[in-house]
Design a binder for this molecule. Structure first.
Ligand code: GN1
Ligand code: MG
Length: 555
C-alpha cells in the first residue's frame, strides 16, 4: 500500500474505536455480538471485503445480520465470489483485523497481509462490494460503517442493496460474478419462473387438487423473510401462502418465533395454535436461510410434529433420485452418464434419517458442523444435497452436470418431444435454477418442497411418515475451557481429554439404539451434548449422564 492509502485508513479508522476488553472471533458464521460493540468490527470487515475483491478480481458481499440471535445482537459476514462463505484461509486475518487495538496496528496488519497474499493495488480493476442487511434496527448504522470500511480502500465501490435475506445477497454476488442479471427482481423472477416450470411438468394424470394444495401458513420469525415471501408470492400461481409474524406485525424478531425456536423447543411459534391443527406450516429464521416445516397436533397444548432439515433432505433426495432413474432408464448406453448423487449431513442428523437415506442406496457423507464444511463436501458430487437438522441446506449441481443435462434435454427434444426422459432432464434443470446454488435459502427451499409435495400428491403427514425420528436430546454444558475438547471423525469421537470418549462409549452401550457425542460449540461458550435412544426417557437419561461426564472431565 502506498502512503496515501495508509493515511486514508489511519484517518477513517480513528472514527471507529474497537470495544475494550472484548475478543472477537469470525466463528462458524461471521462475527456476532451485541450490536453496540460492532461498529469498528463491521468497518474493518468492510476493508477486508474490499481487499478480498482486489485479490479475487471479483464482486464480494458483506451481509449485516445475526440470523436467529436476539434482536439486540447483530453480526457481519462475507460472501466470496462464488456466493459461498468467505474462504476459511482468510478467517484468521479477519480475527486479527477485528482485534487490532489501534489505527496504527490496523494499518501494519493490513500492510503485512497485502504483501503476504500478494493483493494487487494496481488500480486496474477497482474493488466492488455489495452490502445487505436484515431488519434489525442497528442495521442501518452498521451498514454505513461497512460502507466507510470499503471506501477507505481508494477507488473501491460499495453498493447498498438494502434490506435483504442473507441468501438473496449471496445469490446476487454469485450472479454478478457470472455476468448474469442480479437484482432482487431478477431473483424473484428466477424463483417464480422455475417454480411454475416445475408445476407445469407435474404429470397431468395427477390431480392438482390433492392435500398439498391447501394453503401453506408460514412463520416469518418477525424478520426479513416474511416480507420477501409476500413479495415473491405476488409472482406465484398454484400456491396460496399466509404469512404470520412478518416484521410488519409489530412482533419482536426471533422472540418465541422462527425456525431455531420451533426446531429446538418443538412447540408452535407465537401466533399459531390448535386452530391450525393438521395444516401444513413452515417456519423461517431471522435472515431466512433456515427452513423447517411442522404441523400442530390436534387438541394439543402447542406441541407439534416437526419436519426438520433431515426430512427436507430426504424429500429432495427422493425426488432427485426418481428423476435420475427415469433419465437413466431411457438412456442408451452410449449416452449414459451415471450421475453421482451424494447427500451430506452432520452428526446432529437424526439416526433414523441417515438409516433411511442409506437404505435408499444413497451415498451419505458426514462433515463437522457448519455450512462451510457441508457445502464444500456437497460440491464434490454431480448433485450434492446437504442439510443441517436445523434446516439450513441446499442442492448443488456441478457445472459439468448442468451442461450435460442441457445437452441431453436438447437432444431429447429434437427426437421424441415430450418423452419421460426429456421431462426428467427438464425437471432437474429447473431444480438447479430454483434452488439457491450459493447457499441454503429458506425461500427457494420452500418452493421446492411445495412443488415436490404437489408432484408426489403428498400431504405433510405423508411426508413426515417417510421415517420416524429416534427420540433425541441436546444439552449445553458450561465448562472452564471448551477448547480443551478436541474431536475427530466429523466430531463423533473425542480425542482429548483422554478417557472421555471411553467413558461416553461405556455409558452409551447401556442404551438400546443409543448414540451420543459431544463437541465445543463454534457460536456459544458451551460444550454441546447430543444423545439419541429408543425412547424419550432414555435419550434424556443418556444425555444427562454424558453431560455429567463432560462436567467431571472438564468442569
Ligand atoms: C447444533 C447446531 O444447531 N449448531 C449450529 C450452531 O453451531 P454451533 O457450532 O453448534 O454453535 O450455529 C451454526 C451457525 O448458524 C450452525 O451452522 C450450526 O448448525
Ligand atoms: Mg440464519
Amino acid at each position: 500500500m502506498n502512503e496515501e492509502q495508509s493515511s486514508v485508513i489511519l484517518n477513517t479508522s480513528s472514527r471507529f474505536s474497537p470495544p475494550q476488553g472484548v475478543k472477537l472471533s469470525y466463528g462458524t458464521a461471521g462475527f456476532r455480538a451485541d450490536a453496540s460493540l460492532l461498529q469498528s468490527t463491521v468497518y474493518r470487515v468492510g476493508i477486508l471485503a474490499a481487499l478480498r475483491s482486489l485479490k479475487t478480481k471479483s464482486v464480494i458481499g458483506v451481509m449485516i445480520t445475526a440470523s436467529h440471535n436476539q434482536v439486540s445482537d447483530n453480526g457481519v459476514k462475507i460472501a466470496d465470489p462464488s456466493g459461498g462463505m468467505l474462504s476459511q484461509h482468510w478467517e484468521p486475518f479477519a480475527d486479527a483485523l477485528a482485534n487490532a487495538t489501534s489505527p496504527h496496528q490496523l494499518v501494519k496488519l493490513i500492510n503485512e497481509f497485502v504483501e503476504k497474499e500478494n493483493i494487487p493495488f494496481d488500480g486496474i480493476r477497482p474493488a466492488e462490494v455489495l452490502l445487505g442487511r436484515d431488519t434489525r434496527p442497528s442495521g442501518d448504522d452498521l451498514l454505513e460503517a461497512a460502507r466507510q470500511g470499503v471506501t477507505s480502500i481508494i477507488g473501491a465501490v460499495a453498493l447498498d442493496m438494502g434490506i435483504l435475506t442473507t441468501p438473496q445477497l449471496h445469490w446476487m454476488v454469485r450472479a454478478r460474478n457470472k455476468g448474469l442479471k442480479a437484482s432482487e427482481q431478477d431473483y424473484f423472477e428466477q424463483l417464480s419462473s422455475s417454480f411454475r416450470y416445475l408445476l407445469d411438468l407435474i404429470p397431468s394424470e395427477r390431480s392438482k387438487l390433492g392435500g398439498a394444495n391447501e394453503k401453506l401458513v408460514v412463520d416469518g420469525a418477525n424478520g426479513v423473510g416474511g416480507v420477501k415471501l409476500k413479495a415473491l408470492e405476488k409472482l406465484l400461481s398454484g400456491l396460496v401462502i399466509e404469512v404470520r409474524n412478518s416484521s410488519e406485525d409489530g412482533g419482536v424478531l426471533n422472540d418465541g418465533v422462527g425456525a431455531d425456536y420451533v426446531q429446538k423447543e418443538k412447540v408452535v411459534p407465537h401466533g399459531f395454535g390448535s386452530k391450525d391443527a393438521g395444516i401444513r406450516c413452515a417456519s423461517l429464521d431471522g435472515d431466512a436461510d433456515r427452513l423447517v416445516y411442522f404441523s400442530v397436533q390436534p387438541e394439543s397444548n402447542g406441541t407439534i410434529d416437526l419436519v426438520d432439515g433431515d426430512k427436507i433432505l430426504s424429500l429432495f433426495s427422493l425426488f432427485i433420485r426418481e428423476q435420475l432413474s427415469i433419465l437413466n432408464e431411457k438412456e442408451d448406453i452410449k449416452n449414459l452418464h451415471q450421475a453421482r448423487l451424494g447427500v451430506v449431513q452432520t452428526a446432529y442428523a437424526n439416526g433414523a434419517s441417515t438409516g433411511y437415506l442409506k437404505q435408499l442406496g444413497l451415498e451419505v457423507e458426514l462433515t463437522p458442523t457448519g455450512v462451510k464444511y457441508l457445502h464444500e463436501k456437497a460440491a464434490e458430487f454431480d448433485i450434492g444435497i446437504y442439510f443441517e437438522a436445523n434446516g439450513h441446506g441446499t442442492v448443488l449441481f456441478s457445472e459439468y452436470f448442468t451442461g450435460w443435462l442441457e445437452a441431453r434435454s436438447n437432444e431429447l427434444s429434437s427426437g421424441s418431444k415430450g418423452s419421460e426422459a426429456e421431462k426428467a432432464a427438464l425437471r432437474l434443470l429447473a431444480v438447479s435454477k430454483l434452488i439457491n446454488q450459493a447457499v441454503g435459502d429458506a425461500l427457494s427451499g420452500l418452493l421446492l418442497v411445495e412443488v415436490i409435495l404437489q408432484h408426489m400428491e403428498w400431504s405433510i403427514h405423508r411426508w413426515n411418515d417417510l421415517y420416524h425420528d429416534l427420540p433425541s436430546r441436546q444439552l449445553k454444558v458450561k465448562v472452564a475451557d471448551r477448547t480443551a475438547v478436541v474431536t475427530a471423525n466429523a466430531e463423533t469421537v473425542v480425542v482429548s481429554p483422554p478417557g472421555l470418549q471411553e467413558a461416553i462409549n461405556e455409558e452409551t452401550a447401556k442404551y438400546p439404539h443409543g448414540r451420543s457425542f459431544v463437541r465445543p460449540s463454534g457460536t456459544e461458550d458451551v460444550v454441546r451434548v447430543y444423545a439419541e435412544a429408543s425412547t424419550q426417557e432414555t435419550a434424556d437419561s443418556l444425555a444427562n449422564s454424558v453431560a455429567k461426564l463432560v462436567d467431571r472431565f472438564l468442569g
